[in-house]
Design a protein around this ligand. Structure first.
Ligand code: FES
Length: 280
């Protein structure tokens, strides 16, 4: 059993938990994820690691309530436990695996949308700890939905919050902030975009035009998380990849987002039935 040490509501429908998982905390790297299960018959839920404390043996996860299982998960409190907490899964972020001297010469832009700010955070923190200042754009619908703002400010070189409704920071989508930074003369060697698929798609369309190589972190439906079931397959260029073992990061300019979004829609009806059951 994996004990929840802290459970906090960060924003509407968005929750943070610190979970005691020493083995995962010892081995994980930014970019990797875990699959959690609340009980024996529970759904396997993939969640990107938002932070880790190797000494305390804890992992921080951030999740949004999107379906029946995550709604149930949001009711868990400090002191409750997860039945399974499997990880670290997937490959570490491509950038943290790069040669440090090469990395230090690069101008890097991170873009997080909505709950995507959570997986962006450990990468930006890792960069900061290794003496690399990066630019960070975080977008949300409103100011109240902006996640981990203080934490992000503490580790980002430059931090650019954006809100769709213009209540805070740059008024508009993350893509218009990228355009503005480009117009100001910023030239990036690489962009990392993490968030809803539709956001990653439009960031990639723009960065392709601006000729900025872009890494995205894909979050398709996952079942086993070990490359066996095929649930998380997606087209990257001419190849079929499994997000759980080949990713979750891929070259954003090669990902077939339309197909990936269509696959995600397939599960909506099934999810609706599960939600009704939860309300019974
Ligand atoms: Fe089953 Fe990736 S989740 S192959």
């Amino acid at each position: 059993m994996y004990k929840i040490l802290k459970a906090e509501k960060l924003a509407d429908m968005i929750y943070l938990m610190d979970v005691e998982a020493p083995r995962v905390a010892r081995h994980c790297m930014p970019g990797q994820f875990v699959i959690v299960k609340m009980d024996e018959k529970g759904e396997r839920i993939p969640l990107t690691i938002c932070d880790y404390d190797r000494e305390a043996g804890t992992i921080t996860i951030v999740f949004q309530t999107v379906g029946a299982s995550t709604h149930k998960m949001a009711t868990l409190k400090a002191g409750d436990s997860f039945r399974d907490f499997t990880g670290p899964l997937g490959c570490p972020s491509e950038l943290v695996e790069e040669d440090l001297d090469t990395l230090k010469k690069k101008k890097i832009l991170f873009v997080g949308g909505g709950v995507g700010a959570a997986p962006v955070y450990p990468q930006v923190k890792w960069m900061h700890e290794h003496g690399i200042d990066v630019d960070v754009i975080i977008g949300s619908k409103t100011k109240d939905m902006l996640l981990l703002e203080e934490e992000m400010k503490a580790v980002a070189g430059n931090y650019y919050p954006c809100t769709d409704d213009g209540t805070y920071g740059h008024a508009g989508m993350v893509t218009s902030m990228i355009e503005e930074l480009h117009a100001q003369g910023n030239r990036y060697d690489v962009c990392v975009a993490i968030g809803p698929m539709i956001m990653m798609k439009f960031v990639c369309l723009l960065t392709k035009k601006l000729e900025i190589p872009t890494i995205v972190s894909m979050n398709p439906i996952m079942v086993d998380g070990t490359g066996m079931c095929g649930a998380c397959r997606l087209h990257v260029g001419d190849e079929i990849k499994f997000a759980c073992v080949d990713g979750p990061e891929f070259d954003g300019h090669l990902v077939n987002f339309d197909e990936a979004m269509k696959r995600q829609q397939m599960y909506k009806t099934q999810e609706g039935r599960a939600m009704l059951k939860l309300q019974e």
